[in-house]
Every structure is written in C-alpha cells, then in structure tokens.
Write a protein that binds this ligand. Structure first.
Ligand code: AMP
Ligand code: ZN
Length: 132
C-alpha cells in the first residue's frame, strides 16, 4: 500500500487539516514554505490521467477550503497550486496529490519561464494538431 493510502487509513500519522468522504488534506512533511500542504483523493489513483472527475472537483474544492484556512490562520495572501504527474514532472509519491503552496516575499521559489518572442508558426501547427 502506498504511503498516502496508509495516511488515509490511519496506519501512519499525518497533520490533517481537512477531510471529507472524498479527500484528505495534511501538512507536507517537507514544508517547502510555511503551511505547505497536500490535498489527496481517498481513492488510490496514480496521476492526473487516472483522476476521476468527481475526485478532481473535490480536490479543487478542498484546496479552496484549505487556502482560506491558511489565510485566516497564517495571514497567507499568495498561493501556488501544483500537481506533479509523472516521474518526468517530479512526482515522487505515486498517488495523485495537489500541493497547496503558500508564497512569501522572501521565499526562493521561482516558476517563471524565460521570456521569449512568441513563435506563431509553431503555435499554429500545435493548435492544428490539438484540434484536428
Ligand atoms: P511529489 O514530489 O509531487 O510527488 O510530492 C510528494 C510530497 O509528499 C513531497 O513534498 C513530500 O515531502 C511529501 N511527503 C512524503 N511523505 C510524506 C508524509 N509521510 N507525510 C506528509 N508528506 C509527505
Ligand atoms: Zn495510494
């Protein structure tokens, strides 16, 4: 059984912040920033490709609930929501989870891409491939 299923079943402890029939939310053990937590569906699915729509809805609703909790209790005003699906994307626990990551002025995280000129020819080709 995976580590998050063990947390869901109560076999190993976690600092749970919110829970309902579909999802649980607990503090990330590594705290990339203060208040960093994970929203996890109570059904074992590996990644975004396996996530049923009803769980997707519940995960996002729980992320909203927990974001308000972080705002109220810690004064958090800035948050990134992040999911790593697949090893190539950095996924290390193979049970879908959404990171709720509070952001602070002095943290050293930077998700910004390098600015470059848009390549409209490439965009046209890509768009055609995705829509035909
Ligand atoms: P990812 O790299 O997106 O798969 O994220 C996995 C996350 O799970 C990491 O941020 C870990 O710190 C976190 N993690 C691993 N084990 C535990 C645990 N027992 N309790 C809470 N968080 C955990
Ligand atoms: Zn699992």
């Amino acid at each position: 059984m995976c580590i998050f299923c063990k947390i869901i079943n109560g076999e190993i402890p976690a600092y749970k912040l919110y829970e309902n029939g579909f999802v649980t939310c607990f503090l990330d053990i590594s705290q990339a920033t203060k208040g960093h937590c994970l929203v996890v569906p109570k059904k074992h699915v590996q990644d975004i490709f396996e996530l049923p729509e009803v769980y997707a809805e519940e995960v996002m609703k729980a992320a909203v609930v927990v974001s308000h909790l972080l705002k109220e209790k810690l004064g958090v005003t800035d948050i990134n929501l992040l999911n790593n699906s697949g090893v190539g994307a950095g996924q290390t626990v193979m049970h879908f989870h959404l990171h709720v990551l509070p952001r602070y002025a002095d943290d050293e995280i930077d998700f910004h891409q390098v600015d470059h000129e848009p390549n409209f020819a490439e965009l046209e080709k890509l768009y055609a491939k995705l829509t035909q």
